[in-house]
Design a protein around this ligand. Structure first.
Ligand SMILES: Cc1cc2nc3c(=O)[nH]c(=O)nc-3n(C[C@H](O)[C@H](O)[C@H](O)COP(=O)(O)OP(=O)(O)OC[C@H]3O[C@@H](n4cnc5c(N)ncnc54)[C@H](O)[C@@H]3O)c2cc1C
Length: 490
């Protein structure tokens, strides 16, 4: 049988992962990436000997990454070391409370007991609920295509759901398990892992704190971009054609079957199968579908405001991950989603990989990734004065949270606004996780991995099933590759 020609629109993590899986199945694969480099949101920036990851900084479920390397005929451990983080992170609260978060159970229980003795039982009940959700979803929702409409009656796995609690509101379920305001704020942070508000997401997302606690957070030595570099090496050995600065502007079809993609530069690439790793709605625009519009503002997950900072001073008291919480979390999310504004008092995340990995700094100093959540607004809103004001608020929160004074030691600084994120990754508003997860339909009924109308058209990545975040994107690649295998290669 003739080898199938597969064209992938987008060289993000999802695009590269599905490319490797399909090349390993015997397809001729071409990846078209509109940007200059591959990896999409999992990217890198270097200056003055400081190397920064510009996107993800924490890996969960590392075995999903190892599975991809295995599917590509390799072993993850031959490419880089994955380090387990102990402690996982440091938390600072507005009232002066500070502690480290660890997945070492006895150590963590001591902290919980000191904050609120009654919350020890709440913690166990919370984790038990997360464990049940994980058990139910790990071989169904997370590994299989979404249920097609006629199968909705057949959702046997859901019969076992701890329904009343799991379909409730995330923040309310957190409040019913923890009395300590610090533990409430800490556990309310997890829906931000999918760019959403804890006050609007379903409690099913408490799968995330469970997963992180049960399996810990990880860091690949050399930085997260090592993962992309390794996948690119494997792509070369599988003879995958990698085209950068190759923006796809159209998908051609005939009698309901995709035939080719067209690039902005006029090139036409014929294809038996097209896999869209771009925002799913953008594929509809490329198909010239009537009424197709890019991801609407009200549906977007959060974006971020990121400062990449190289300091010449070594800061031994910093941790790999630290979070400086705002005084009023509810107000922060109301400003982000209801008012679509950068918060007056943002929660600030500081990632300092150089604490565990000196290869990312030029000898002395630290490489800092400083991030606050920001709304995924229309482009053009991030003026110089708006950036300066937002930076002032970020540093005010850091000072208040006890972060060391670094202003006179900064040697490198680069800012990534939602505008820049939108432009770099062709993502409306710079919405990091595509659609938000507010309400269970948005959270769990994402666009399917196989197009319902066009034969040969598939989707992969954060904007499709099962959703955003690096391990989930890799699961989406596995689901999509399985579908291509079933419908196109069998
Ligand atoms: C600041 C930040 C922090 C994050 N933190 C974490 C974290 O700690 N942990 C975690 O798990 N996840 C994190 N994420 C999210 C994670 O990076 C994403 O969920 C994941 O990388 C998305 O991969 P993807 O393949 O779905 O999409 P993308 O990475 O967006 O890839 C899509 C690619 O398609 C390309 N493209 C779009 N349109 C076209 C076109 N017309 N033609 C050709 N190419 C096109 C884009 O340029 C892009 O490269 C973070 C992301 C950011 C930005």
């Amino acid at each position: 049988m003739k080898r199938k020609d597969v064209v992938i629109i987008g060289g993000g993590l999802g695009g590269l992962a599905v490319a490797l899986r399909l090349a390993a199945s015997g397809c001729n694969v071409t990846v078209c990436e509109q940007g200059e480099s591959f990896g999409g949101k999992m990217n890198t920036w270097e200056s003055g000997g400081f190397r920064f990851d510009t996107g993800p900084s924490l890996i969960t479920m590392p075995w999903i990454f190892a599975e991809l390397f295995e599917a590509a005929g390799s072993r993850m451990e031959d490419h880089f070391d994955m380090i387990s983080m102990h402690p996982l992170s440091f938390y600072s609260f507005d009232d002066g409370t500070r502690f480290t978060y660890t997945t070492d159970l006895p150590l963590w229980l001591e902290t919980v007991k000191n904050l609120e003795p009654k919350d020890v039982n709440g913690f166990f009940a919370f984790m038990k609920l997360g464990a049940r959700l994980f058990e139910i979803s790990k071989d169904s929702f997370l590994r299989k295509p979404p249920f097609a409409a006629p199968q909705l009656r057949d959702m046997s796995a859901l019969r076992h759901f701890p329904v009343r609690r799991a379909w409730g509101n995330y923040a309310k379920v957190v409040a019913s398990h923890f009395q300590s305001p610090q533990l409430q704020q800490l556990y309310n942070r997890y829906p931000t892992y999918v760019g959403s508000s804890p006050y609007q997401t379903p409690a099913t997302l408490l799968l995330i704190p469970y997963l992180e606690f049960a399996f810990n957070g990880w860091y690949p030595k050399g930085g997260l971009y090592r993962i992309v570099e390794s996948l690119l090496e494997l792509a070369q050995s599988h003879k995958i054609a990698l085209l950068s600065k190759a923006k796809v502007t159209g998908i051609e079809h005939q009698s309901g079957q995709v035939k080719a993609v067209r690039l902005e530069n006029g090139t036409r690439l014929s294809a038996d199968v097209v896999v869209a790793n771009c925002e799913a709605e953008d594929a509809k625009v490329m198909l010239n579908e009537q009424g197709a519009i890019r991801l609407k503002r009200q549906d977007r997950s959060m974006s971020g405001l990121v400062f990449l900072i190289g300091v010449k001073k070594t800061l031994p008291d910093l941790h790999h991950h630290q979070i400086y919480f705002s005084a009023d979390y509810k107000q922060e999310f109301s400003q982000l989603f209801d008012d679509q504004q950068f918060p007056d008092d943002p929660t600030v995340y500081v990632n300092c990989p150089s604490r565990n990995d000196r290869s990312v700094v030029p000898g002395e100093g630290e490489a800092l990734f400083v991030m606050a959540n920001a709304p995924a607004n229309e482009s053009g809103e991030w003026t110089e004065s708006k950036i300066a004001e937002a930076r002032r608020r970020v540093f005010r929160r850091l000072r208040r949270g006890g972060f060391p004074d670094i202003e006179n030691n900064i040697v490198i600084e680069d800012v990534w606004t939602p505008d820049k994120i939108a432009l770099r990754y062709a993502m409306p508003g710079g919405a990091i996780y595509g659609t938000h997860s507010h309400g269970w339909q948005k959270a769990f009924l994402r666009p399917p991995n196989k197009d319902r109308k066009y034969r040969g058209l598939y989707y992969v990545g954060g904007s499709t099933h099962p959703g955003g975040g690096t391990p989930t994107v890799l699961l989406s690649a596995q689901i999509t590759a399985d579908l291509v295998q079933k419908y196109e290669l069998a």
